[in-house]
Write a protein that binds this ligand. Structure first.
Ligand code: NAD
Ligand code: UD1
Length: 342
């Protein structure tokens, strides 16, 4: 298939480009490089030996977007492009809603104008708010008032907008993929997560402590109702996640209408289990201190991944050891991310 990938220079997008190319698909990336670097796509070529067509275009620039859509005939779009920093979204809700919601509407409009009606959307487990029961199945409630920040609400709003677009025009096929906690990096150590400034998420912070860039990890609370009191999440290797997207575009080719899948492993790990796993994989100490809970955090969150398994024939194959070893390989080979290369 000929696939349009928005946000393809980013963390999950660049890993997905590799899996698409290796599965024999052709790839065109749209990215405004607001949170990424072209170096990631150079490395995609280094890993696969295959080219990606790249357009430096912002989804808010409708004429430029229309030109890309008219430049080729695509079979499906995978839509990663979004802003994703939870704290920043609280400070800049207008920017976040514009970028994530208006950006998606612009994309859908440009797609419809050329008759392209197959889209995979990067949603998040954050749409479930505080889980009523675990593991989370796709039919669990997604009450918008329980989502604690504009970033999360932008994901839920886009889910609803896409469902409404399908209701108005049944030719659309839409896969809403709810990611749990993506971590890890490609086995080559050439591409990985490259956060700008202090990482907000656990694994990039742990990696930066292990490599000596940060002194110690702050663990947000050890008084949750979990086995060791620290938060439990469903960490999923980014390469497994990327493979889920290849399965999702194949599913869209069967014209399923709107489909929703959890992409997780089904296995929860606590913060301290992740720290221990990382120490074992890296051979480095990860000093930490326990501090107060982070506002908006929940105790536990993990997926029931059965629907993706039975419907898409997809399941996560990589475990905690791979997640930690591969994060460490990327971090230790690229202590300053892509910066040192560009
Ligand atoms: P990322 O920031 O690495 O990638 C997003 C890419 O989109 C970046 O390259 C950025 O430059 C680009 N972009 C942003 N706004 C754009 C715009 N208006 N026009 C063009 N390009 C734009 O993030 P990621 O971790 O790879 O996440 C990819 C998607 O998955 C996002 O939609 C994110 O919300 C979603 N998601 C991520 C996680 C996670 O933990 N990483 C979890 C759940 C969902
Ligand atoms: C966070 C976002 C969520 C987003 C997801 C993407 C919040 C409230 N939620 O989820 O919207 O979809 O990232 O992966 O920001 N932790 C520490 N110390 C740290 C960082 C994290 O103890 O420095 C703990 C957290 O309390 C949590 C676990 O590690 O228990 C995972 O945190 P994180 O990686 O930020 O992911 P989520 O909170 O699950």
């Amino acid at each position: 298939m000929n696939v349009l990938v928005t946000g393809g220079a980013g963390y999950i997008g660049s890993h997905t480009c590799i899996e698409l190319l290796e599965a024999g698909h052709t790839v065109t990336v749209i990215d405004n490089l607001s949170n990424s670097s072209l170096e990631s796509l150079k490395r995609v070529k280094q890993i696969t030996g295959k080219d990606v067509v790249f357009h430096e275009v912002d989804l808010l620039d409708k004429p430029a977007l229309a030109k890309v859509l008219e430049s080729d005939t695509f079979d499906a779009a995978i839509h990663f492009a979004a802003l994703k920093a939870v704290g920043e979204s609280v400070e800049q809700p207008i920017t976040y809603y514009h970028n994530n919601v208006t950006g998606t509407l612009n994309l859908c409009e440009a797609m419809a104008n050329v008759g392209l009606k197959n889209i995979v959307f990067s949603s998040s487990a954050t749409v479930y708010g505080t889980p009523k029961s675990l593991p989370l199945t796709e039919d669990a409630d997604t009450p918008i008032e329980e989502v604690t920040n504009p970033y999360g609400r932008s994901k839920l709003m886009v889910e609803w907008a896409l469902k409404d677009i399908h209701t108005s025009d049944g030719d659309w096929n839409i896969a809403l993929l709810r990611y749990f906690n993506p971590v890890g990096a490609h086995k080559s150590g050439l591409i990985g997560e490259d956060p700008q400034g202090p990482p907000n998420n656990l694994m990039p912070y742990v990696s930066q402590v292990a490599v000596g860039k940060r002194e110690k990890l702050s663990v947000y609370g050890d008084d949750y109702a979990t086995p060791d009191g620290t938060g439990v999440r469903d960490y999923i290797h980014v390469v497994d996640l990327a493979k889920g997207h290849v399965k999702a575009i194949e599913k869209l080719a069967t014209k399923p209408g709107v489909v929703v899948y959890n992409l997780g492993t089904g296995q929860g790990y606590s913060v301290l289990e992740m720290v221990k796993g990382f120490e074992a994989a890296s051979g480095k100490d990860v000093p930490y201190q326990i501090i107060e809970r982070r506002a908006g955090d929940i105790a536990s969150c993990y997926a029931d991944p059965e629907k993706a398994k039975s419907d898409l024939g997809w399941q996560a194959e990589l475990g905690l050891r791979d997640m930690c070893e591969d994060s460490w390989r990327w971090q230790s080979q690229n202590p300053d991310g892509y910066k040192q290369a560009s």
